[in-house]
Design a protein around this ligand. Structure first.
Ligand code: G3I
Length: 345
């Protein structure tokens, strides 16, 4: 009887706390309201230099994705040298703060070290290069990284395979081989394919699913799909989001909304940040979360935002434009989309 009354009181308290957050302060972490992990991409330099950035990361999120430090140009800068220093400091941060660590990313066409770009060798030499890269990294982080983006952004928008250096040097089988090497290195890690526009481009999504299903039918372990969701106030529609989630779940893949940000200025105009703009952003975030909440629990790997504050966002530097895509503003204050998220989880 006591346990029932405790559960009732706890639930009632939590409900009250949620109701009391009508002014939407961020005193209680987002992930405490969620039945699935709520994550953020982490910049290792910001984590070390900005105490407020670090405190928000600890309080608000229970899953961490390295924004850059696990990529080949940082982890594997020379053929026979792996630089673990910064990456291990992120592992320690996650272990010390009880955060899930998501490994991003093993095989990508960007952020490769010069020695890989210059490498000359046969197809089997390239297969060995890729195997050593994948298996050395996964072995080093074994039992510390829950899941890996084994292959990132292998498809073009028209559904064809991107002619990346990996495809050029190894052939279309590089994707299958990458997942096989990963399974060998850490059979317990969840293995993901990660890409953008999968929520809004059915041609690309269908090609991804067709390839992954074919590999699975050949016995290749692929546990989930990362839908990056770098979206904007103007797209996607709720039906597009719902359809993409349903199709992926129907094919029995876990869904990681892996790099969520919502641009309020996708056309790079001279904008005035307004309540209207931020409420539109909040409503779209609500739509994403409402649709994500509907998928079966066993497929909910989690929702990860691609950064903490607008000032940290890759979008501003990459597109060289004014934008406000994340949950916190430039002064680390929660925005309307944070409040919406809190109420929708
Ligand atoms: O490390 C150097 C540093 O030494 C130098 O001083 C500084 C200034 O030039 O640049 C630093 O490298 C930058 C790196 O981020 C680390 O900050 C690169 O120039 C910059 O291009 C790189 O951008 C990253 C981008 O991937 C690269 O394509 C973004 O931070 C990162 O958010 C972004 O993330 C990708 C995902 O991994 C995959 N999905 C798309 C997403 C957005 O592009």
């Amino acid at each position: 009887m006591k346990i029932i009354s405790f559960i009732f009181l706890f639930t009632f308290f939590l409900g009250c706390k949620r109701e009391e957050i009508s002014i939407c302060d961020d005193s209680i972490g987002l992930f405490t309201f969620s039945s699935y992990p709520i994550g953020t991409a982490i910049d290792i330099i910001e984590l070390g230099n900005d105490p407020l950035y670090k405190s928000i990361a600890i309080k608000q999120f229970n899953s961490i994705t390295p924004e850059n430090i696990f990529k080949a140009e940082y982890l594997h800068p020379e053929p026979l040298f792996f630089n673990w220093t910064e990456a291990d400091s992120l592992v320690s941060f996650c272990q010390n703060n009880n955060k899930r660590l998501h490994g991003h990313t093993l095989i990508w066409h960007q952020q490769l070290p010069q020695w890989i770009l210059d490498y000359q060798g046969s197809t089997s030499d390239w297969e060995q290069l890729m195997k050593v890269h994948i298996q050395t990294i996964m072995t080093h982080f074994k039992n510390k990284v829950t899941a890996w983006d084994v292959v990132n952004e292998a498809f073009n928008e028209d559904g064809t395979l991107r002619n990346s250096i990996w495809k050029q040097k190894i052939g279309v089988s590089y994707i299958e081989k990458a997942f096989l090497y990963a399974k060998e290195a850490d059979p317990n890690a969840l293995l993901f394919y990660n890409d953008f526009n999968l929520e809004s481009n059915p041609t690309k999504r269908n090609s991804v699913l067709a390839l992954l299903n074919n590999l699975r039918n050949r016995g290749v372990k692929i546990d989930g799909i990362g839908i990056q969701m770098h979206i904007s106030n103007y797209y996607p529609e709720s039906t597009q989001i719902a359809n993409s989630f349903q199709e992926i779940v129907d094919d029995n893949y876990k869904i990681h909304v892996s790099e969520l940000d919502i641009s309020v200025n996708p056309l790079g105009k001279d904008i005035v940040p307004s309540e209207t703009l931020f409420n539109e952003q909040a409503n779209l975030l609500g739509t994403v979360v409402i649709n994500y909440n509907k998928i079966p629990k066993q497929y909910q790997y989690g929702i990860t935002f691609w950064g903490i504050s607008d000032k940290n966002s890759w979008i501003r530097s990459f597109y060289n434009r004014e934008d406000y895509p994340l949950l916190y503003d430039d002064n680390y204050l929660p925005k309307p989309c944070y409040c919406k998220l809190l109420r929708t989880l």
